[in-house]
Design a protein around this ligand. Structure first.
Ligand SMILES: [Fe+2]
Ligand SMILES: [Fe+2]
Length: 200
């Protein structure tokens, strides 16, 4: 019985393997310019754009709350600056959707939702007017920036691979700003916040 089953499975596998190339050939002849693989990838790519679009739209609402919660004027200013930059990131994504002739739509980004929840938790767990609060806010913000850096870095590479240098250039522009924000936050933290937080 077991032997028969194995033989049947092997036969089925062989049929599947044989069927695959002929299917591809048929599809390739009917769709010469855009292969099914390409359009499926573009669909996946657009889906990921919708994810980061949701993330940016929620971040732009969370940053003013983080600014309000900050103790030092330096950190408040950094959050203020990045709120404006995040608004630009949203507009750049809208430009990307337009270039791809896709409707700009947001799709819930679980990662950003979690990161922003964590930022709220840090605000709840630390006292207002302390440097521990600021050190914690920087930690939360840098996690967000690193998430954005990973996303834009990969999406820019995807766009370039798809032959969409126009889209890749726009995504790289945002990527560079996220990187600069991360560096700016490190500078604020290492300037005086971390040291004072440890001494509190
Ligand atoms: Fe951003
Ligand atoms: Fe950012």
């Amino acid at each position: 019985m077991a032997t028969t089953k194995t033989a049947a499975n092997t036969a089925a596998k062989k049929t599947a393997t044989k069927a695959a190339p002929s299917k591809t050939t048929k599809a390739a002849t009917t769709k010469a310019e855009s292969t099914p693989e390409e359009s499926e990838f573009q669909e996946f790519f657009v889906d990921e754009l919708k994810d980061i679009y949701w993330a940016e739209k929620h971040l732009v609402k969370a940053l003013p709350k983080m600014k309000k919660a900050a103790t030092s004027p330096e950190l408040a200013a950094a959050f203020e600056k990045h709120t404006q930059e995040t608004q630009t990131h949203i507009e750049v994504l809208e430009q990307v959707f337009e270039l791809l002739e896709e409707k700009a739509a947001a799709k819930k980004c679980d990662a950003m939702a979690g990161l922003l929840e964590e930022a709220n938790g840090i605000i709840e767990d630390t006292d207002a007017g302390t440097m521990i609060r600021d050190a914690g806010l920087i930690l939360a913000a840098q996690k967000v920036e690193h998430y954005e850096i990973a996303t834009y870095g990969t999406l820019a590479v995807f766009a370039r691979t798809m032959g969409r240098d126009d889209v890749a250039d726009l995504l790289t522009q945002t990527l560079e700003n996220e990187k600069a924000t991360d560096v700016a936050l490190t500078t604020v933290a290492e300037g005086f916040i971390n040291e004072q937080a440890v001494a509190e």
